[in-house]
Design a protein around this ligand. Sequence first.
Ligand code: ATP
Ligand code: MG
Length: 245
Amino acid sequence: MLEIVNLSKRYGETVALDGATVSFAAGTVHTIMGENGSGKSTLVKLLSGIVAPDRGEVRLDGARFDGRNPPAFQRHGFATVFQEVLVAPDRTVTDNVLLGYDGIIHRRLPRRARRDTVREALALCTPGTVDPDAEAGHLPLATQQLVVLARALVRKPRILILDEVTAALDFTDRETVFTLIERLAREGCLILFISHRMDEVMRLSHRITVLRSGKMVETLDRADATPELLLSRMAPEILAERAHG
Ligand SMILES: Nc1ncnc2c1ncn2[C@@H]1O[C@H](COP(=O)(O)OP(=O)(O)OP(=O)(O)O)[C@@H](O)[C@H]1O
Ligand SMILES: [Mg+2]
C-alpha cells in the first residue's frame, strides 16, 4: 500500500535519513525501531508532509506521493500522532480533538454530533472520562496524549502513524490503545508504530524495520525477531560490549 524508496533527508550537516527503502502493507502493525537520533521521527515527518525528502520518493498505492503538504496527506488517509504532544493549550478538549477536521467558523458538524464524535474517539483510547469542556493546556500530559490520539482517530485513517504515543500513558490506557491498534490493523488499517519499548514491539508488531544512524538496517517479520536480534541490529556496539565485559 505504502512504499518509501531510497528516501533521504538531511538537516544541514546531519543526515537524518539516508536512502531508506521499505514497503508497508495494509492491515499490519509495522514498527520502526532505532536508537535516539536514528531517524524515526524524520521518517514520520516525511510520511506526514511536514518535510519533503531531499532524494527518493514515497509511493501510495503505486503512485508517487510526497512533498511538503500535510493537508494532502490527511486527505489521502494519513493521520499522525507526533512525538511532541501538540494541543492548542487554550482551547477545549472538544475543539482540540476536532482541530483541522471541523472548521472553527464553518462547522462541519452540528453541536450534538461534535460532542458524540469526540466522546466516541476518546472512548477508543481510555476507559476513563475526559471532560470535553476542559481547557487542554491544563490537563495532565497523559490526558493531552489521549486528546491528540483521539484527534487522529476522528479522521478514520487508512494509515495511522504513532510516534512514541505510549510513553506518557498509564497502564490501563496503554492496554486500551494496544487493543485499539490490534483492532484497526484487523480492519485493514496500516499502523506505523514507533516505540523504544521492546515488550510493546514484540507484542504488537507484524513487521519490524530497524534504523541505525538514518540507515535502514533490516526489515523482518515478527516471527523472525527476538529482542537480542533487534538490539544487535539497533546497537551492535552495546551487544559487543556485553560480550566482552
Ligand atoms: N529540525 C532539525 N534540525 C536539525 N537536525 C535535526 C532536526 N530534526 C532532526 N534532526 C537530527 O536528525 C537526526 C534524526 O532525528 P530524529 O528526530 O529523526 O531521530 P529519532 O529516531 O526520532 O530519535 P528519538 O528516539 O530521540 O525520538 C538526529 O541527529 C537529529 O538531531
Ligand atoms: Mg523521535
